[in-house]
Design a protein around this ligand. Structure first.
Ligand SMILES: NC(=O)c1ccc[n+]([C@@H]2O[C@H](COP(=O)([O-])OP(=O)(O)OC[C@H]3O[C@@H](n4cnc5c(N)ncnc54)[C@H](OP(=O)(O)O)[C@@H]3O)[C@@H](O)[C@H]2O)c1
Length: 305
């Protein structure tokens, strides 16, 4: 029997992983899933206590400080949750000879590369959030336990707050939307991540040191935020009648530059990540992003926000 401790189950990825593992009902897995209240990553002692009590074989840590703009003024809290907590989790896991699956981000890169990033490319975060996530990766690696660090990008799904749901909500109430068109990456569905994690649990051999390390985990293909919004609108229109969804007010999606949409935190212009390593080591690849978007759209129960 393998015992898995899962953090942040009210987040997009945590919620999707919990749902996936429960749905699969893998008989030799016992899942202990925690909300922020049950396991607060800003509380070092609580992290140690919970892990010592649960004694997991595997910890999956999707919980994170994800307020990218707010992090610019909450440096300490962002680092406590995204850097110190993963270090403590890794230390406690190592004490138990347990393994760790942790999540990281495209924001560890500065986005200046002209082609898609490989795991071996130089990191250089341009935001506090990115720097805090990188510090978390480095802390885990320094502890030296069996681990997978999964760098993903542009996460969305039917649960929680995300770009997909914001665009639908705004398109229902506004005639015009201005969307950044000069940042490129892969929208990645929470359910695609969760399915991959479920397969990794079966395929990963933590005792094989060659499998430990950093992996990109993103849906295949690429687009801009503008391209993502356009596809969301197209798929919404295609389904609206059949699903009984409200008509959209939106008449125009306008492509703008990042300079026209200033934010407290800088974002990489290029967030494209090559996921070949995941395919080579584990035989895993995620579908095209438009395909996963269709699945998520089909699962939206309530689109009248
Ligand atoms: N979202 C993206 O676009 C994106 C892109 C690249 C990488 N990632 C990474 O992917 C992972 C999953 O992201 P996500 O989209 O699922 O994020 P999310 O939806 O924002 O969920 C984050 C979760 O972390 C929890 N959390 C925050 N502070 C906490 C604390 N002090 N103690 C315990 N839990 C805490 C939140 O709890 P509450 O529910 O109580 O607030 C929430 O459940 C993260 O590591 C993130 O850095 C995300």
């Amino acid at each position: 029997m393998k015992k898995i401790l899962l953090t942040g189950i009210n987040g997009q990825v945590g919620h999707a992983i919990a749902a996936q593992l429960l749905q699969q009902r893998i008989t030799d897995v016992e899942l202990v899933s925690c909300t922020r209240q049950q396991l607060d990553l800003s509380q070092t002692e609580q992290i140690r206590q919970v892990i010592r009590q649960v004694k997991p074989d595997l910890i999956i840590n999707p919980a994170a400080y994800t307020a990218v703009d707010q992090a610019e003024t909450e440096h300490e809290l962002a680092f406590a949750i995204n850097a110190t907590a993963p270090q403590v989790i890794a230390e406690e896991a190592a004490r138990l000879n347990a393994a760790l699956i942790h999540f990281s981000t495209d924001y560890v890169y500065d986005g200046s590369k002209s082609s898609a990033y490989l795991e071996t490319d130089a990191v250089n975060p341009v935001s506090v959030y990115g720097a805090s996530k990188l510090a978390g990766e480095q802390a885990i690696a320094a502890v030296g336990l069996p681990h997978l660090i999964l760098r993903t990008s542009w996460v969305y799904g039917s649960y929680g707050k995300n770009f997909l749901k914001t665009i639908i909500r705004l398109a229902q109430s506004r005639e015009q939307l201005r969307i950044v068109a000069d940042q490129h990456g892969a929208p990645t569905a929470d359910i695609a991540i969760a399915e991959a994690v479920a397969q990794l649990i079966e395929r990963w051999q933590p005792l094989n040191p060659e499998q430990t390390g950093i992996y990109h985990l993103v849906n295949r293909g690429e687009t801009s935020w503008y391209g993502f919004a356009s596809e969301i609108m197209a798929q919404y229109q295609a389904r609206a009648k059949q699903q009984g969804w409200p008509a959209l007010m939106l008449k125009e999606l306008q492509a703008i530059s990042s300079a026209e949409y200033p934010t407290p935190a800088r974002r990489p212009q290029n967030s494209r990540l090559v996921s070949d390593k995941l395919a080579q080591v584990f035989g895993l690849s995620l579908p095209d992003w438009e395909i996963s978007l269709k699945r998520v759209m089909a699962s939206l129960s309530d689109v009248a926000y």
